[in-house]
Design a binder for this molecule. Sequence first.
Ligand code: NDP
Length: 336
Amino acid sequence: GKVLVTGANGYIAVWVVKALLEQGFSVRGTVRSASKGAHLKETFKSYGDKLELVVVEDITKDGAFDEAVKDVDAIEHTASPFHFNAEDPAELITPAVAGTGSVLQSALKYGINVKRVVVLSSCASVIDTSLPQPVTFSEADWNDYSIREVQAKGKNATAGDKYRASKTLAEKAAWVFYEKYKGELQWDLVVLNPPFVFGPVLHAVDSPESLNTSVKDWYTFVLKGKGDPQAVATFASAWVDVRDLAEAHVLAIKKEVAGGNRIIVSAGSFKWQDWVIEARKFAPEIPLGDTSYKSPEIYPLQYDTSRGTRLLGIPFRTKEETTRDIIANFKEKGWF
Ligand code: NDP
């Protein structure tokens, strides 16, 4: 079969493309300009024309994907901005919401072979950061908090809430669309909700400074010891290895039973200090920092991952494996 991957040059998407190609799929990737596809073509040159790239300059335009969806059997929509530099929340919300809308609209009109559409959402659409911790979230939870914050505060909302609102609004739009057209679609929808995504990089990055947001955080907090020292000990979240998330994308198109579900894809919880401890196994020169740290028995932020286990059944890498591979990857690049 052939699979359309939007934003194919992104950190996560390149691993999705790799997993698809390795498992025998053909891939049509979209990028915003031909030059953004060059590294992809080079990386996967051994697959020849099993990887095809098309340019979609503006994903927010009606009909943007009309050509791209033709003759594909499934769609993985990953293109969406992930950064904390937006002044106006619309810089994130417009591409997130309208990009998702145009993919689904094109799939409705022209995706005659499409059986499944996978939308890469985020745990950003699930969590409510105003709740007291420890807290456990599941797919039943929605991050209406960030939407309210952005509505009330606009540009003055936190960078985190602007991003999280963009993901929540985009995912809600996908489900509204799906419910509306369900009766006339020959495809169904699966939404994947990962927390922080870590792991080696395969996409085009020429320096650590230009890393994607999540891996740059890991680099800053763990390897460089440059993160806010307070946050190293207190900030708590959850994570998944990028290669396991890529496998989840493949399973999400293969597993019939997954249809109609949003699925949290998380390997577990972390505090930054946990990663520092792992990293010192492979690079003892990294300063330990907080010598009194003990990993908590109950992490402040947790996800119920039973749905993902039941529907996809992904075996997750451990923090140790992921750390080992990131450090090897960064050493190879001369970044560490
Ligand atoms: P990257 O920044 O590496 O990739 C983002 C991709 O989206 C790129 O292909 C980028 O294209 C494209 N994109 C960004 N803004 C726009 C826009 N305005 N119009 C069209 N395309 C755009 O990040 P990730 O791989 O980490 O993120 C991919 C997806 O995963 C996002 O949807 C993100 O929300 C989600 N996600 C990421 C997590 C993480 O920890 N990394 C966690 C949970 C979800 P270009 O290169 O041209 O800018």
